[in-house]
Design a protein around this ligand. Structure first.
Ligand code: FAD
Length: 378
């Protein structure tokens, strides 16, 4: 018998691993970790050289309440988002202990801000919607918001406090997952074809597995013909040379956000662009992010620009993820703007599916069968 995770080619051994995972991003790694915890052997095949992988770019907001949308899809996304947010504190603790790398869960809450009358009115509608849903939000006068965040500009018109919307550092989360999974992750191993029980790698090697899981982010559509498309987002990453403290909450306004890290770094994001697999960082994208952030937090002008980058969110037509089985292959993708938030929940859902204990209620919200293979709603 091969040792757990040991790779043996098909010609030598019919099944070398219980679960072959294609894609070692934040979703694939969480699924692999949770599957392994339930006693399955795993091997994660990670391409390693794709421009636009989403997790290193992501701000890491865990923000189901700030992002709650109107309508039926909004209600489904909220159900998933709240279930996911509930899992993060224990997932962060477990991952930190298992890996020795703190995922930097930051429980300082979120302020949603309005800069002018139109934005203040929109914020009032958002507040009323959340109150109807029984979600915890508090209206703040501008002076109260500035007491919480003295760096906010005096021009602020309205604010909403969302105390339960937090953040993690996705780079630390992925570093922790890689450390825990160790040699079960095979970098530089892009898959070119998948089928039930079989993965073909670009090297020509074919790997047999009890089950195949595809979690290849925006590239999942190429492997499985699902309606997953890349939704480009640009971000600017800043560092305060004098350390942390300029801003402590996550700040959101209009389409821009500012997410603080514990070490004095900040992520300003993000554009939403339908540009296929384009990953260029544009002057216009960076300008708009900095302009909007500067208007509300003028002090960012003193900070150092460390990185500008673009990532590709794996998006679906109805903005909900796809988690379930397609032609005998398990798939976990389409997490769009919320893949960091949803990753631990997805790991649990997939592990349940793989071990014959599926969470039917939550999986129904992510059912691949809601789409036909051309991408239209089935
Ligand atoms: C600008 C921006 C900001 C974001 N902010 C947030 C946020 O604040 N909160 C939040 O919850 N989410 C956020 N997201 C979304 C989040 O990053 C994604 O939903 C999440 O990363 C999706 O995870 P994934 O593992 O499916 O895809 P990815 O993170 O893209 O990883 C996919 C992996 O699959 C690998 N791969 C692809 N094809 C193959 C192949 N053929 N063979 C082997 N490996 C392959 C890639 O190399 C990659 O490592 C943001 C995204 C962007 C772009």
């Amino acid at each position: 018998m091969p040792a757990q995770g040991e790779l043996v080619t098909v010609s030598q051994q019919p099944t070398e691993v219980d679960v072959a995972v294609v894609g070692g991003g934040i979703v694939g790694l969480f699924c692999a970790w949770r599957a392994r915890e339930r006693g399955l052997s795993v091997a994660v095949f990670e391409a390693g050289d794709r421009d636009g992988v989403a997790w290193p770019v992501a701000a890491g907001m865990l923000a189901p309440v700030s992002e709650a949308q109107f309508g039926e899809h909004g209600a489904r996304a909220l159900r998933l988002g709240l279930a996911a947010a509930d899992r993060w504190p224990s997932a962060a603790r477990e991952l930190g202990e298992a890996s020795g790398i703190d995922p930097a869960l930051r429980e300082s809450g979120t302020l949603v801000l309005g800069r002018d009358r139109d934005e203040a009115e929109a914020l009032e509608r958002e507040a009323a919607h959340r109150e109807r849903l029984g979600l915890p939000v508090t209206r703040l006068r501008p002076s109260e918001a500035r007491r919480r965040e003295p760096a906010l500009a005096p021009t602020l018109r309205a604010a909403l406090e969302v105390p339960g919307d937090h953040s993690v550092d996705p780079r630390r989360v992925v570093a922790g997952l890689r450390a825990v999974l160790g040699d079960d992750v095979r970098p530089g191993a892009p898959a070119v074809r998948v089928a039930a029980g079989e993965v073909e790698l670009a090297s020509g090697e074919t790997v047999a597995a009890g089950r195949v899981l595809v979690a290849a982010g925006a590239w999942t559509g190429e492997l499985l013909g699902l309606p997953v498309r890349p939704l480009k987002g640009q971000v600017v990453r800043l560092r305060d040379p004098s350390g942390p403290g300029l801003v402590t909450h996550t700040l959101r306004f209009s389409h821009v956000y500012l997410v603080p890290r514990a070490d004095g770094r900040y992520v300003i994001g993000a554009t939403m662009e339908e540009r296929g697999f384009d990953t260029d960082v544009t002057a216009g994208g960076v300008y708009e992010l900095l302009r909007d952030a500067f208007e509300l937090v003028p002090g960012i002008s003193e900070l150092i620009v460390e990185e500008t980058l673009a990532g590709l969110r794996p998006a679906t037509p109805d903005t909900l993820p796809i988690v379930g089985e397609v032609d005998g292959v398990v798939v976990a993708t389409g997490h769009g703007r919320d893949g960091v938030l949803l990753a631990p929940l997805t790991g649990d859902l997939v592990a349940g599916l793989l071990t014959g204990a599926p969470d039917e209620e939550l999986l129904a919200l992510c059912d691949p069968a809601r789409f036909d293979r051309a991408g239209a709603a089935a």
